[in-house]
Design a protein around this ligand. Structure first.
Ligand code: PEP
Ligand code: MN
Length: 358
């Protein structure tokens, strides 16, 4: 349930509303990023919904009380109609900006990180990526440089002026990753690691939540809800492909997720065509398609010498390929601004979950 206070409501009137909610054992959560005071009611609202709505709607200073039909409350567009825009080191994610996150799958050393950072910064990247703590399918594969890698990433940020993003795999790593990086990434394998979600929710840095490779969009938004309800409204969603019966590609890129998410949530949406396809030559067409579908940006892997990469070389772009793709993405983005606006204002409800589809 969402309570919108009148523009001339006093702080005392808003406090009375919060007290009324808390008296019933529920949580009153202030919605950030809106023009006026908007309070969300969190908790098990169902048993008291009607009586609480009746009570709140006649309280002084209350303009409207609306139930939220979605199970994810704070992340739903119903509760927060304006797009969330996330600002890191002067770069904005969302609100019509094209975000291009680029860098190596794994940070393999200082020289390669700095060289890659300078190359991608010179040809259009807006955020630097690089993995230091790597979730590898095999325990025998390169596991990343850990804290040493984080230091190289931070140095690359200083050198280029670009903000950074890197993965955090467990709650005990959150502090050190937040100390060295501007955005924390939660990877596909950890999308439903609830203790990690709660920990990054308290980290005070924006979080990019990748879609679990077997997760529905509703499960993904519920995972985002953990982060936001823990106190962190700065969440970016990243579609990175889901597992299907298809084996030509590493995963199947679900581009429907882009307009669907813009309809369902106010959070920015990024697409990762590298992990989605697993093949270098498929990255550019899928990145262009993602931006054409309205994505707020993309994340791609780039390596000075992909054939020698210690992880994900097959899907990593060379510097030249990245430069070519970034320029094409900017052209598509310019066009799409006028062609594909406001997908979330489509009439009618989007039905998700609960349906049997085969
Ligand atoms: C990554 O971006 O480094 C990564 C491991 O991606 P994913 O979690 O999507 O597999
Ligand atoms: Mn990778």
């Amino acid at each position: 349930m969402i309570i919108v206070m009148a523009t001339n409501a006093t702080e005392k009137e808003a406090d009375n509303v919060r007290d009324e909610i808390r008296q019933r054992g529920l949580t009153a959560h202030d919605n950030y990023g809106t023009q006026r005071v908007v309070i969300a009611v969190l908790g098990d609202v169902a048993p008291v919904r009607d009586v609480l709505m009746g009570k709140l709607s006649v309280m002084p200073g209350v303009e409207s009380v609306t139930p939220i039909s979605r199970p994810y409350k704070l992340t739903s567009r119903e509760s927060h109609p304006e797009d969330t825009v996330i600002e890191v080191l002067g770069t904005k994610v969302g609100n019509g900006n094209l975000t291009i996150m680029a860098g190596p799958c794994s940070i393999e050393g200082r020289d390669m990180m700095l060289e890659t950072a300078q190359a991608v910064a010179a040809s259009g990247a807006t955020i630097l990526r690089g993995g230091a703590f790597k979730p590898r399918t095999s325990p025998y594969a390169f596991q990343g440089l850990g804290i040493e890698g984080l230091k190289y990433l931070a140095e690359a940020s200083k050198l280029t002026g670009l903000p950074t993003i890197t993965e955090v795999m467990e709650p005990s790593q959150v502090d050190v990753v937040a100390e060295h990086s501007d955005i924390l990434q939660v990877g596909t394998r950890n999308m439903q690691n609830y203790s990690l979600l709660t920990a990054v929710g308290k980290a005070g840095k924006p979080v990019m939540l990748k879609r679990g490779y077997g997760a529905t969009i509703e499960e993904w938004l519920m995972a985002a809800e953990y982060i936001v309800s823990s106190g962190n409204p700065h969440v970016i969603l990243c579609e990175r492909g889901i597992r299907t019966f298809e084996t030509y590609t590493r995963n199947t890129l679900d581009l429907t997720a882009v307009p669907l998410l813009h309809h369902l949530t106010h959070l920015p949406v990024i697409v990762d065509p590298s992990h989605a396809t697993g093949k270098r030559w498929l990255v550019k067409p899928m990145a262009l398609a993602a931006v054409a579908a309205g994505a707020d940006g993309i994340m791609v892997e780039v390596h000075p010498n992909p054939d020698q990469a210690r992880s994900d070389g097959e899907q990593s772009l060379t510097f030249d390929q990245f430069a070519d793709m970034a320029s094409a993405l900017n052209q598509i983005h310019e066009m799409v601004k006028t062609l594909n606006k406001d997908p979330f204002t489509m009439p009618g409800q989007v039905k998700v979950g609960g349906t049997s589809k085969h």
